[in-house]
Design a protein around this ligand. Sequence first.
Ligand code: C5P
Length: 391
Amino acid sequence: MKAVTASAPAKLNLVLQVGRLEDGYHPLYSIFEALNMRETVRVTPCAGPSHVHTTVQLGPGSKRIEEAINALEPQQNLAVKAGERLLQEAQKRMQQARCAHNQGPRSIGDDGAAALPPGLEFEVLKRVPMAGGMAGGSADAAAALVAVNELLGLKLTMQQLLEIGAELGADVPACLMGGTSLGLRYGDQMTKLGHGQTHHWVMVLVRNGLSTPAVFKTFDTHQRGREKLPTSLRTQDRYKALGPATDLKHLLTNDLQASALEMRPDLARIMTRINHTDALAALVSGSGPTIAVLARDGEHAQQLAQTISEFADVEDCLCTHGPVVGARVETLAGPAATEKPRTDVTATEKSRTDAPATKESQTDPAATEKPCTDAPGPQEPQMLTLARTEE
Ligand code: C5P
């Protein structure tokens, strides 16, 4: 059985409207844009239990973060959870086939391609900051789902992957889907919005992360939940989300922003200073602490990044753009020892080490210039609705 490498994008919430807490979760009205910052997951069958190794490409602190992540139990890793979920699906299918035929088939794919491995080995290349409100962990899960689906020959459709993804985490469907998408309810009702114009962003990173549940808790304490949320896409939102940056700037909304800024005075100070630059707009990304700054174009983004990276408490500024394609298979390779290194990964590593803070960072050139219309593989549904699973 071969190794499979897949990638998935980070996300930014162009709109994040939050309702009142219901059974431990908040209903949402959210418009996502997939960003050209991609996580890569390489999956190989292995003889023992599933395990994971992560390499972090996030600048100076990478080694420290890498050691902390690699010290975690594999079962706490979203990529492993996602892969194991599909391995179970494969085992279930095999058992059903055994019952049906009263004897064990030797393979799981419809094409009878390969026997089931006892476990999976994951190699994760992290380019999306952790606990930054950009769904880095969800992107790992999305890439793992696509890779393992291919590796095991499961042939699950995009709709099926979205359903499984929503069980793993609220942002996994957006990372699977890519492009510009609408998420309703608990992120479990997803619609793709079509082809939007490219937007250039500066993602402003600060040293410490913010816990998503903690931000929601502050939000609840102040009773900031909306009584009513839109139940379908508002026409003017679609127009602005897919339009040029000059229209998009009038759309950007994040109901969690006030709570994140309250919890982190350093962010509030940075936001004030950004508001004095000529940026088109700025907002906290998801539950923070990353701040997304909207630029006129790529050159403007570079200039803004240079200015903002000098601000106190700013750790790094990454230039990126969206929307880009969702999770997709990148390479099908033979045994690890014979696989040639990918030139795009090498190029990315080079750009990270050579370039200053204003680089177009964490891109995966394999996906960089491809329009978001690129088919990720499985067929995308127009709308997905599924049962919510409680944490
Ligand atoms: O689904 P995910 O693991 O990303 O969510 C992390 C936490 O954020 C949840 O356990 C919950 O406390 C909070 N959350 C929420 N409402 C949402 C999404 C997340 O309260 N719609």
